[in-house]
Design a protein around this ligand. Structure first.
Ligand SMILES: Nc1ncnc2c1ncn2[C@@H]1O[C@H](COP(=O)(O)OP(=O)(O)OP(=O)(O)O)[C@@H](O)[C@H]1O
Length: 360
């Protein structure tokens, strides 16, 4: 059980700043995700916490005590690497025992711990089976049990399920979240998959070039991103960005095709902006609907429960996500509108959020 704190931690490799003045605090029992594009510094943060790298500046604390002089073994933080595969020649039970045997734990403590973890993961009936006799989902559950059987102060996972196929990945992440909640324990989870981060995290940190751009719950990051960078990283399909200008409380595209009154008291920013709107907040209507901008359907992508409609407006493609399977065809003229309450505005140059959706 542990609270983990990074205080102004930086790490360089030659000219590369891998981690840039990073501060965060992970609460005891929290499921904390670190999310960012390749080379943004995610793995280096884990390696610093494990003690495999030493920071150039800043401090790392576990339960309020600096661990900078402490060896990796002395920190008792468990790392689960990218591979959740099982040893095919060992029974489920021996697979789960393996990390404890490897660490030389006394046999009398191993059996009860394996039984306890198996019980919590509902895999007790599988203990005598070989991996080849298990379904894909059962195998994953056993692999998670093996990852969690040690009793460290915190678990670190670096893209643990990225090698699985899409369906198994979805099942496994649900399972991981449930298990983490039941077992307790602080979990720091690195992923480059935004949907995965959103679906499992209690809170997430968004990285860019080694620096943290925002830390919050997935819901808050989705609804109130701190910048255009963060807004584009979360959400699928990604947020639409429409360049334009704000003048005296009104947004307008350069050609005037789209105008939105920002009926929000106290908003005072004039100048070039990018308007952000999530695909589920783009409204499609008949072409002559009141207040709608003239647009044309570019492509329709039915997904069963939802339909993605790509719409062309002012030479730009915007994506709308509509419920069900609306009778919309490619090349049709349509009207497009956006409720002022669902827009985000970002400063054109810095990308900083000027104002954001306040849903919820
Ligand atoms: N031992 C090292 N020596 C030199 N450069 C390194 C070393 N470790 C990491 N880097 C560099 O530091 C930066 C951050 O790397 P890191 O592996 O932390 O990123 P990441 O976000 O985990 O990336 P990925 O998603 O691709 O795994 C990269 O530019 C990388 O090349």
């Amino acid at each position: 059980m542990a609270e983990i704190t990074f205080e102004n931690v930086s790490k360089r490799f030659g000219d590369t700043v891998a981690v840039d003045d990073v501060s965060f605090r992970v609460a005891d029992n929290e499921f904390f995700c670190i999310f960012g594009p390749p080379t943004s510094g995610k793995s280096t943060i884990l390696r610093l916490l494990l003690g495999l790298e030493t920071p150039d500046a800043g401090d790392i604390l576990i339960d309020g005590k600096s661990v900078l002089g402490v060896s990796p073994a002395g920190r008792n933080v468990a790392m689960v690497f990218q591979n959740l595969a099982l040893f095919p020649h060992m029974t489920t039970e021996n697979n789960i025992r393996f990390p404890l045997v490897e660490r030389g734990q006394p046999a009398e403590t191993i059996a009860p711990r394996v039984a306890e973890v198996a019980e919590k993961l509902h895999i007790t009936p599988l203990l005598k089976k070989m991996p080849a006799q298990l379904s894909g989902g059962e195998r994953q559950r056993v692999a998670i049990a093996r990852a969690l059987v040690r009793d460290p102060v915190a678990y670190l996972m670096d893209d643990p399920i990225s090698a699985l196929d899409a369906r198994l990945r979805e099942e496994t992440r649900v399972e991981l979240k449930r298990i983490q909640r039941e077992l307790g324990h602080t979990l720091i989870y690195v992923t480059h998959d935004q949907e995965e981060a959103m679906s499992v995290a209690d809170r997430m940190a968004i990285l860019e070039h080694g620096a943290i751009r925002q830390i919050d719950t997935p819901e808050a990051i989705y609804d109130r991103p701190a910048s255009r960078y963060v807004a584009r990283l979360v959400g699928s399909p990604p947020i639409n960005l429409i360049p334009g200008v704000v003048r005296t409380g009104r947004f307008e595209t350069d050609d005037g095709a789209l105008r939105i009154d920002l009926d929000r008291g106290g908003f005072a920013h004039d100048g070039p902006v990018d308007l952000g709107v999530r695909p589920e907040d783009v409204r499609i209507s008949p072409p002559d609907a009141d207040g709608a901008a003239a647009a044309r359907v570019y492509e329709v992508e039915p997904l069963g429960g939802f339909t993605i409609v790509d719409v062309e407006m002012s030479g730009q493609i915007l994506r709308a996500m509509l419920r069900g399977q609306p009778p919309i065809r490619a090349n049709e003229p349509v009207g497009l509108s956006i409720a002022p309450s669902s827009i985000h505005l970002f400063a054109r140059d810095s990308g900083a959020t000027l104002f954001a959706d306040t849903r919820g």
